[in-house]
Write a protein that binds this ligand. Sequence first.
Ligand SMILES: [Ca+2]
Ligand SMILES: [Ca+2]
Ligand SMILES: [Ca+2]
Ligand SMILES: [Ca+2]
Length: 418
Amino acid sequence: MKTCNCLSFLIWTCMIHEIPTLLSPKRTSMYLQAERIMGLSKDQGKAMHRTKRGWMWNQFFLLEEYTGPDTQYVGKLHTDQDKGDGNLKYILTGDGAGSLFIIDENTGDIHAAKRLDREEKSLYVLRAKAIDRNTGRQVEPESEFIIKIHDINDNEPKFTKDIYIANVPEKSGVGTSVIQVTATDADDANYGNSAKIVYSILQGQPYFSVDPETGIIKTALPDMSRENREQYQVVIQAKDMGGQMGGLSGTTMVNITLTDVNDNPPRFPQSTYQFSSLESAPLGTSLGRIKANDPDVGENAAIEYSIAAGDGSDMFDIITDKDTQEGILTVKKQLDFEKKNLYNLKVEATNTHPDPRFFYLGPFKDSALVKVYVEDVDEPPVFNIPSNLIEVDEDVREGSIIGQVIAQDPDATRNLIK
Ligand SMILES: [Ca+2]
Ligand SMILES: [Ca+2]
Ligand SMILES: [Ca+2]
Ligand SMILES: [Ca+2]
């Protein structure tokens, strides 16, 4: 019977979906499977014509990482020029021929001599020819075929980082994206689920969640407060086989920090403060400090102090110490115990960077009453004429009255002139 003019190889190929068969290959069964898969009839030559159109024609499949006791059977080369009388010799060349792939030159059976790793090399291109032993003539032109290494799930998903660092503002709405983590799987993404990754959260609930498909971590609780807790350690798992039992998995750590928002107004810890000042205190003298508390940080805790009202608004100043966020009360005008010995001031502490989103938590200022007692000082007498210069004639007699000065003590009656 005349066959095609190319080398007609019969390819007994593995049935790739039946792993147990692959692991302990039996020629007989594989031959039968090959018939079933390829639709071979008893007349193999004709069958080849029919199946040659298909991709299986020039492609072998071989399971990676095979560690069985025997060499793994790859398949069989056969030409219908082979009468079975031992006259033909099959020769294999190309990727791994003679080292990885050994052919029985009489039968055309190919075995893999070593364990193969699909992740290292997934495709081997080989060429086969059949030679007449007597004449040395090629009975068929050389033909190229491929051995494709079939994937098993021998690689766990690996995250691109061991530790991720992320920030999200406190009080973010549920579902706010924090960070995306990514794992890769070296197995075959185009076959089965060996590289199909599903993300899940092992640690960090109920605060955070992870999207099973994208690996995007999101907030899962409303009103998370930095002032309550700032740091979260989230553990994310990536599992192949679509997350099913038996899948391989890898984990990563995500350190999430809640960043501050201005959700706390300043608050004075006391409603009233008391200070005292000598009436003689020079202008600018610091009388003391007051501090409103603000649990926020940075500019969210920045406070400006002011005197809002009171009977001493023009007598005192309050300045803000930017380093400590304290208010420093100072003397602005000369005090006078005899004129007024107690001042009542309404002092305000106001956040300088309020956030309109949180005005409902406000107002973002607080006030306190500051009492300032003025203390008396033993002051020198004051003469009632501007100068003590009195003109006296040079010839005035001793003991004459030349003028009169009157001294008044501005202090209270208890301070006697000495
Ligand atoms: Ca592998
Ligand atoms: Ca693999
Ligand atoms: Ca995998
Ligand atoms: Ca805050």
